[in-house]
Design a protein around this ligand. Structure first.
Ligand code: PLP
Length: 433
């Protein structure tokens, strides 16, 4: 089957031919590649073409595709049954594994995460975190930052990053104005804006939600001290800080971005790596906050497939395999590739900066590094399409948008990295044109 045939067939029965808008090639042009398999750092499309994959399923595949330890765990779980709608001991093991990883992130000697609730998607995790914060505080308003993406629940789509940034949508149709009005959208990395919001609405603000490091408008690191400032201003005003680690968690370090920059988060959300490529996400907090969730408390949350045993098996195997050597490799590959992108674009005379937060990075096609969404949108994003297609032609699959992070894995060996490096000079020249 040709890729074009696959795309046309999909477009007949699936809007845009994709089941998530970020997979579309709208901003770079052309038909999205239809994939049939993945192994290590590679994916293979319906035409049998192999690509070095720098999307990694948008983050979950820290160990690469079809890692044997993960596949073995999944096969064993499948043989025991797909879903029980009842508790399984492995859910406890996963919660224990996450709590152990986060143990160093403690405030006044007390871990930030003492209990967990497993859900199926990052969207559910952040949606539940917000309901929990509202339940705990008895307040309604939520602060989010422009360009941050926390999933597609109604209240969180205003000025969101990811697919909305790619498609230049300020918000989604279908969200009632009354619901959108519960979200205050502020510029990122701007403490004064946060102080002003608390001065105006202080006793109505339930929570601030922030990506641990922003990576859905391209990568934009938090300014030094910004996350800590958010914790202190929230707490001074009786609000909670929700740190969204769905994308960064267990990727930036064993304890995620919080492992690199611990702050006094009240609720932490996880997704992507925690499920190792299967639908799994979670939220965690101190015991007295988590005990507000049903069945113990009045804040309701549920899920037929929450803590699904096959997904939990994949997540547990991923976390158990992700040792120090894995993080060293991911960091090294990110360094090597991002430095090479920088050099290639310099050699081609393309104005740009590489924007990094730990091992996550993306290109900004402008000379000064932007630290917020308005700044990021000023770049010459039109240069990304030709760059992207030249890389694809050379067998490297990048995120199909300038407003997304590049993801590497520990499976990106020297051969895969060399293929990426070899493709860069021509792609940089394409970006220059
Ligand atoms: N939060 C962040 C920071 C994300 O990057 C994402 C997805 O990209 C989500 C939440 C939503 O996760 P999901 O796509 O699993 O619903």
């Amino acid at each position: 089957m040709s890729n074009q045939t696959a795309f046309e067939a999909a477009s007949t029965v699936i809007p845009g031919g994709v089941n998530s808008p970020v997979r579309a090639f709208r901003s770079v042009g052309g038909a999205p590649r239809f994939l049939v398999s993945g192994h290590g750092p590679y994916v293979v499309d319906v035409e049998g073409r192999e690509y070095v994959d720098l999307v990694c399923s948008w983050g979950p595949l820290l160990l690469g595709h079809a890692h044997p330890a993960v596949l073995d765990a999944v096969h064993a779980a499948v043989d025991r049954g797909l879903s029980f709608g009842a508790s399984t001991p492995t859910e406890t093991e996963l919660a224990e594994a996450v709590i152990a990883r986060l143990a160093p992130v403690a405030v006044e000697g007390r871990p930030v995460v003492e209990q967990m609730r497993l859900v199926s998607t990052g969207t559910e995790a952040t949606m539940t975190a917000i309901r929990l914060a509202r339940g705990v505080t008895g307040r309604s308003l939520v602060i989010k930052f422009a360009g941050h993406y926390h999933g597609h629940s109604d209240g969180l789509l205003a000025d969101a990053g990811s697919g909305l940034a790619t498609l230049a949508l300020p918000a989604s149709a279908g969200v009632p104005a009354e619901i959108a009005a519960q979200t205050l959208v502020l510029p990122y990395n701007d403490p004064d804006a946060v102080t002003a919001a608390f001065a105006e609405y202080g006793d109505r603000i339930a929570a601030i939600i922030v990506e641990a490091a922003a990576a859905n408008m391209g990568v934009v690191a938090p300014r030094e001290g910004f996350n800590a400032f958010l914790a202190s201003v929230a707490h001074a005003n009786g609000a909670l800080l929700i740190v969204d680690e769905v994308l960064t968690g267990f990727r930036e370090s064993a304890a995620g971005w919080l492992g690199l920059e611990p702050v006094a988060a009240d609720i932490v959300t996880f997704g992507k790596v925690i499920g190792g490529g299967m639908p799994l996400a979670a939220l965690g907090a101190r015991r007295e906050i988590m005990e507000q969730l049903a069945p113990l408390g009045p804040v309701y949350q549920a899920g037929t497939l929450s803590g699904n045993p096959v997904a939990v098996a994949a997540g547990l195997a991923t976390l158990r395999t992700a040792d120090a050597a894995v993080y060293e490799r991911v960091d090294l590959v990110a360094d090597t590739i991002s430095n090479a992108v920088d050099e290639a674009l310099n050699a081609a005379g393309v104005e740009h900066v590489i924007s990094r937060a730990g091992n996550l990075f993306s290109i900004q096609f402008q000379s000064t590094r932007a630290t917020d969404y308005a700044g990021v949108q000023r770049q010459e994003a039109f240069r990304y399409g030709p760059f992207f297609h030249a890389m694809l032609e050379a067998g490297v699959s990048l995120p199909p948008s300038a407003y997304e992070a590049w993801f590497v894995s520990a499976a990106h060996d020297d051969a895969a990295v060399s293929r990426v490096l070899a493709a860069l000079p021509a792609a940089a020249r394409a970006a220059a044109a």
